[in-house]
Design a protein around this ligand. Structure first.
Ligand SMILES: [Zn+2]
Length: 211
């Protein structure tokens, strides 16, 4: 699959899971801007330093800077899976000039399902292992399989926080979804199902898609 894809979806839609599987089984370059940003900052590149200045001030990293980082990685390539990017219309328009998009998958899930899924997440405060009490529970009651530490729930994973993040995402992504819908690229997928079913539905949709 030598397509450039964008994956959109609110927290709890299973975006990360689908992205990993699509990327590994179809040889796509999985690009999450969060990872790209962290990497540039960690390697202290010129772009990374500039981004860090914004982050240290608690400001958003400007679109133009994010686009430069993305451009560096994808120029001249195809078969890229963009995860968590673009976030804004300006980024989407900028992306068109760097890597034209073939299809956009929007994972749709209702708020209650998203909250239920994410509030079951637990992490190990010692080694960072991630669990889900419903889909991926530890062997022993709320203790880490690797190091035996008592698992905790991050503040970010508390139901009211998740609900708020969900609402913010839906509000912010609406113009983006409309933008891709008008271009005839948007594929909506019901992500309230199992990861297996969501993956199968995504593959079907991409196959039925124009060449
Ligand atoms: Zn652990």
């Amino acid at each position: 699959m030598k397509k450039n894809l964008v994956l959109l979806g609110p927290p709890g839609a299973g975006k990360g899971t689908l992205a990993q599987r699509l990327a590994s089984e179809h040889g796509l370059l999985h690009l999450s801007t969060g990872d790209v940003l962290r990497d540039e900052v960690a390697r202290a590149t010129a772009l990374g330093q500039r981004a860090k200045d914004y982050m240290d001030r608690g400001e958003l990293v400007p679109d133009e800077l994010i686009l430069s980082m993305v451009k560096e990685r994808v120029e001249g390539r195809s078969g890229i899976l963009f995860d968590g990017f673009p976030r804004t219309l300006a980024q989407a328009e900028g992306l068109e000039k760097i890597a034209p998009i073939d299809a956009v998958i929007f994972l749709e899930v209702d708020k209650d399902t998203a909250v239920k899924r994410l509030s079951a997440r637990r992490i190990c405060p010692k080694c960072g292992a991630v669990y889900n009490l419903v889909t991926q529970p530890p062997k022993e009651d709320e203790r880490c399989d690797r190091c035996g530490t008592k698992l905790i729930q991050r503040d970010d994973d508390k139901p009211e926080v998740i609900a708020r993040r969900f609402e913010v995402y839906m509000r912010q992504s609406a113009p983006l979804a409309r933008y891709y819908e008008e271009k005839g690229l948007l594929i909506r997928i019901d992500a309230g199902r199992s990861p297996e079913e969501v993956y199968a539905a995504a593959l079907r949709a991409l196959r039925d898609d124009r060449p």
